[in-house]
Design a protein. Structure first.
Length: 373
């Protein structure tokens, strides 16, 4: 009886202190993703499987339900336990990431997925993302290491280790995402900007060398060259179709189910979901989605402004930055601002790994933005 009372009180305090506005935005994003999955991408299953079933929608729905449960779990956990779980989870996810080049499944020239018995084509890098931010923030704020230079090189080593595992897959988009996230966290921690830019320049030079002079990365090199010169190769096909779809959709779109991109471009429901939405519902819907992303980022930064704990500040800034950068890369690829990278749009794109990753990340955000008792 007493235990039940304390459990009820604990749940009540958790719900009372949770930021309902941020939670509402997260749920709204998931609902938008499900809506577009139902009215747009479910037709892909009909074409591929020769059936009228809503295969992709129901699979998407299952992952969203699991994701919402994960959000509540991570938002409820005690903060100290959250940090401990995150460190252990980071180590496990890093081991899984290191196994991808050996045991991974190769698709279209890249080996990025592991076939897990309950989650086929699982991307370990998606599991690394949320815990990477917590681990970096923990290292930066360690009290028993007074020398910041040592902290800097520890975070740099971890980032380079992850980048190494990603480059040999190869996965240029995720490498850039981790690099930018690391730079933001280090910059707001007080590192000299000239020093940080010098390190970044060295990293860009090394990455360029790998891409243009190592045969394994011929696939990425061709993508980049064809991006700047459309006459070389066929790697612009997806991007060309995506930008054509956005243009043909116009301001208000062609209407539900009238788009053709989802049938012409492989993985349109993941890497090109913005183009699919724009073709059928118009640029105005894309602008509304972008506004929602900006509102979410602004709401997180408002919490950062009033937070006193430096570690929590770093985690929240890193989490918001990761969401924003990933969304920018996805949209940039869709409008041919960047070469094709295979980057999903947070919350909206179909894909179990992506949904689970963003669910963990937003669960952490909700945990750290709870009102102080």
């Amino acid at each position: 009886m007493i235990n039940n009372y304390f459990n009820y009180f604990s749940y009540y305090q958790w719900w009372k202190n949770l930021d309902k506005f941020i939670l509402g935005l997260i749920i709204t994003f998931f609902l938008i993703g499900l809506f577009f999955s139902l009215v747009s991408t479910s037709l892909i299953a009909s074409d591929k499987l020769d059936t009228n079933s809503y295969f992709f929608f129901f699979k998407h729905l299952i992952f969203v339900i699991i994701g919402v449960v994960i959000i509540f779990i991570f938002s409820y956990i005690d903060r100290e336990n959250l940090y401990k779980i995150s460190i252990y989870s980071f180590l496990i996810s890093l081991i899984l990431l290191s196994l991808v080049p050996i045991f991974g499944t190769e698709v279209k020239g890249s080996k990025r997925w592991l076939d897990v018995f309950f989650l086929p084509r699982f991307q370990p890098v998606e599991l690394v993302k949320p815990f990477f931010i917590i681990v970096l923030s923990t290292i930066i704020t360690l009290d028993n290491i007074k020398q910041f230079t040592l902290k800097f090189f520890l975070t740099l080593f971890l980032t380079l280790l992850i980048a190494f595992f990603l480059i040999i897959q190869p996965d240029l988009g995720q490498t850039i995402l981790f690099g930018f996230t690391w730079m933001i966290l280090i910059f707001i921690s007080g590192v000299n900007l000239i020093f940080l830019l010098s390190i970044s320049l060295i990293g860009i030079i090394l990455l360029s060398y790998f891409i243009f002079y190592v045969p394994k990365f011929e696939y990425i090199k061709n993508r980049i060259l064809s991006f700047f010169n459309s006459d070389t190769g066929t790697h612009n096909f997806q991007s060309d179709k995506a930008i054509d779809s956005i243009s043909s959709g116009g301001f208000f779109g062609k209407g539900i189910g009238e788009g053709t991109l989802k049938n012409r471009v492989p993985e349109a429901h993941t890497d090109y979901i913005i183009s699919v939405i724009s073709e059928e519902f118009g640029v105005i819907v894309i602008l509304l989605i972008l506004i929602l992303f900006l509102v979410l980022i602004f709401s997180i930064f408002k919490k950062v402004n009033i937070e006193k704990d430096h570690k929590i500040k770093l985690i929240l800034v890193g989490s918001a930055s990761l969401i924003l950068i990933q969304a920018m890369i996805h949209i940039g690829v869709n409008i041919r601002l960047f070469p094709t990278t295979g980057m999903t749009l947070p919350f909206l794109s179909y894909g179990g790994s992506s949904i689970l990753s963003i669910s963990i990340l937003t669960g952490i955000i909700l945990n750290l933005t709870k009102r102080k008792i």
